[in-house]
Design a protein around this ligand. Structure first.
Ligand code: A2P
Length: 277
């Protein structure tokens, strides 16, 4: 459903101006907002009936606060079956979009370009036994979608989600997500014993600490999980986070013999380069 009554309320402007919705864009209503820290928040919007996507894909998000709104790539954090769309975002004080987006409240309008895309999709991976999802910061968003999708568990016997952030509070979105999923009456049973959540911090005390790259290189990740190191015969990977992390984890996967894939050429691991934190 298109909401043509979009205003600049989320932008809290001096005068509430109305701007026309650009072509090829859905105007949706915010239904839920949760602030996790001073720099992290999640929100849910209504889902247009005609909107289809594959779990793990991203869309371009904007606000109706200008004639030519600023759009940024956001991974959809909800699964493909959900009747709402969830997103997880950082707040940048002077960020062209997030300085305004962080102020949204239920009832406000968010713009979404109509075409989803992305490489973190199950179709881009060859069949395997264990799927590693490696996230830093808000890079957990596409995995929040994929770990809630039953298709992930149809294709893989085991799923390992790693979530590395600077501070303990930054892990909260992932912690809550996994806890809710484990207790979910519909998919909880499917996930039980198959999803391992491996959260670490790098700058604040936590039971598990260290960059995921160090934990892979030292072998600690694998000994903690009680599994053999990356093996192209059984293991597949998806990586989402800062550019430096993507490159470093990609190198470690390639060193182990895994090959990078894409939508047109499925292989052993995929990387999301369009990610915006
Ligand atoms: P660190 O604290 O050691 O920089 P950011 O907030 O900068 O995006 O970082 C999110 C998390 O990703 C932090 O825990 C950070 O660790 C980690 N990180 C940053 N760069 C890399 C990298 N090249 N390889 C692995 N982890 C990284």
């Amino acid at each position: 459903m298109q909401h043509q009554d979009a205003t600049a309320r989320a932008d809290a402007p001096e005068e509430a101006r109305e701007f026309p919705i650009p072509p090829g864009v859905f105007a949706e209503t915010v239904v839920w907002v949760k602030h996790y820290t001073d720099s992290l928040f999640a929100f849910r919007i209504t889902r247009p009936q005609s909107f289809r996507f594959r779990s793990g894909e991203f869309v371009m998000i904007g606000l109706p606060n200008a004639a030519k709104p600023v759009f940024r790539a956001y991974s959809i954090a909800s699964p493909a079956w959900d009747d709402e769309l969830e997103f997880y975002s950082i707040k940048v004080p002077d960020g062209p979009l997030t300085q305004h987006l962080q102020k949204i409240r239920p009832g406000d309008t968010v713009l979404m370009r109509q075409k989803p895309t992305g490489t973190l999709v199950l179709d881009a991976l060859k069949p395997g036994k264990r799927l590693y999802m490696v996230a830093t910061g808000t890079g957990i968003a596409p995995f929040a979608s994929l770990i809630r999708d039953p298709e992930t568990y149809e294709k893989f016997e085991e799923v390992v989600l790693t979530n590395t952030c600077r501070d303990v509070a930054d892990l909260a979105y992932g912690d809550e997500l996994v806890e809710a999923l484990t207790n979910d009456p519909l998919i909880g049973e499917l996930v039980a014993g198959r999803l391992t959540y491996y959260a670490t911090t790098t700058r604040q005390d936590h039971p598990r600490m260290g960059r995921i790259t160090s934990l892979i290189e030292s072998g600690k990740l694998f000994s903690d999980l009680g599994v053999a190191p990356f093996d192209p015969a059984t293991d597949r990977g998806m990586i989402c986070g800062s550019m430096a992390m993507l490159n470093d984890v990609k190198a470690l996967m390639e060193k182990a013999g895994l090959e990078e894939g894409s939508n047109s050429r499925p292989a052993d691991f995929v990387v999301e380069r369009a990610f915006v934190g």
